[in-house]
Write a protein that binds this ligand. Sequence first.
Ligand code: F6R
Length: 616
Amino acid sequence: MCGIVGYIGYREAYPILIKGLKRLEYRGYDSAGIMLYCGDDLAVTKTKGKVSDLEQKSHALAKSKAKIGIGHTRWATHGVPNDVNSHPHVSNSGKIALIHNGIIENYDSIKRELTKRGYVFHSDTDTEVLVNLIEDVKIKENVKLGKAVQIALQKVIGAYAIAVFDLDKPNELVVAKLGSPLAIGIGEDEFFIASDATPFIEFTNNALYLEDGEMAIVRLGREVRVRKIQDDVHVHNPEIQELELNLEQIEKGGYEHFMLKEIFEQPNAVRDTLRGRLQAEQGVVKMSSIDDYLEKFVRADRILIIACGTSWHAGLVAEYLFEDLARIPVEVEYASEFRYRNPVITSRDVVIAISQSGETADTLAAIKLAKERGAFVYGVCNVVGSSIARETHTGAYTHAGPEIGVASTKAFTTQLTVLSLIAAKMARAIGTISQSEFIAFLSALDQVPSKIETVLKTEESIKKIAEVYKDATNFLYLGRGYNFPVALEGALKLKEISYIHAEGYPAAEMKHGPIALIDEHMPVVVIAPKRGHYEKIVSNVQEIKARKGKIIAIVSKGDTDIANLADHVVEIPDIHEALTPMVTTVPLQILSYYIAVMRGCNVDQPRNLAKSVTVE
Ligand code: F6R
């Protein structure tokens, strides 16, 4: 994880780096640091804490007119978050500075070797080992920085996106990538380096994304030169992409937190996901990635879904969708388990990898494994040009726009949108649903944005419920059928941003254990829309009531049965059963948001977490 940023050009580097780090804080925020090239010297400031703490500590740097610099925001892997372990790390000679996102797995053996050769280490990090290895190669082999970085990386096992500066070559930055993202923003007489394009979007729309195993020398007055790390082959005419991202999309737009903004963006995010793909009345779903490979989907023996966290929950909903509509067997796997358990995969499997960031290390590794074993791999990603988008055979973007809040919200609903389109298209192609059922489903999907808008209007009443339960120490979330994964997702949202212990369960499983937890102190969120297993869940609600549990029920508009039993009710509009998760999940997002805010938690940057989990 971690975010890296760099600048080389004619503008003052400090404000660009600080602003860039703030935009990258979703990648990690336990410490931060900055290095500027100030004439003959490197000026480095680093600190435990957030980028705002770094700003407080770097008043001297803020006055600098330096035009070259690098910065880093950290999510600790090797070594606790403290000032010393923060990046940039500087080599023993004081000449080379380096920032790193990733893990150097063989750092210990390299460190022992370098220690024998007289190198001294001040931090516990793998990164300090790498910067000294580069220095050692540079001196020993008598080579320039670019070559030294290349030779050093050939000795390294692990994952990295790095940017390196050397006082002996002060007009260039050397960057390299393997397994962690790295974008180079190309302006006029200036270059930007970053983990994603957000730090430089107001300066340039032109970005070059390094591929795994590539490095580049970014030098003033010259085109960026890209080469392979392992075999020294130059990459001719690397692709420069024109980005569509705009500044407004990555700012808070008047909301107190990104999470709240992103919750409220969901109607439009889903509309954007559907745009150009859905013509409900005509019964048309246009997705070239499916049309081009329809045969693969139609002839598949099974669908295997791999993902982590919230994306895994979207996968669970998709299991219901694909089996229900297209009558095809589906398995949903945690990518982290899948990659290490010698799974049985055949060339007749369609693997769907779901990832908001497109950078999750376990999902990426699981995709590689599935491909090696002959499966066709389809990606559902949000971040355009991300590693997973590039690693899969084909796929669909969710077009949700940047998701900055660490807790996933609009990513989930837009993933479900794409998965619903695919399931419906596949079901119609196989013939498991009729044309009229197809059109009815598509029309219902078309109405999801307006249904979410209706749910968003319940914000104030949900806020009142949050007030009542903000001090609870445990929560239970129950759902059945399509809404069982929503129960898991609701519990995850609450855990990660409010630090309240919460568990999601299929409602009927309650009596096999968790019912023992229920007493008058236990808030139980029950997701119980009219469609689905309504009668069954009414009985479950009665069981909770009999044990004095506090019931917060998400019910269909006009419901009276559950409303009469529950302590609090949030109404959602009626919708096709298979699409209820896209609507029922929204009040749960709002509930966890307000509980976290009322508990004084940092909603957008919860402790111990980061937005992209680029380490396994
Ligand atoms: C929870 C959350 C995480 C992510 C998970 C996968 O709110 O955001 O559980 O869903 O880390 O991330 P992606 O989707 O980027 O692969």
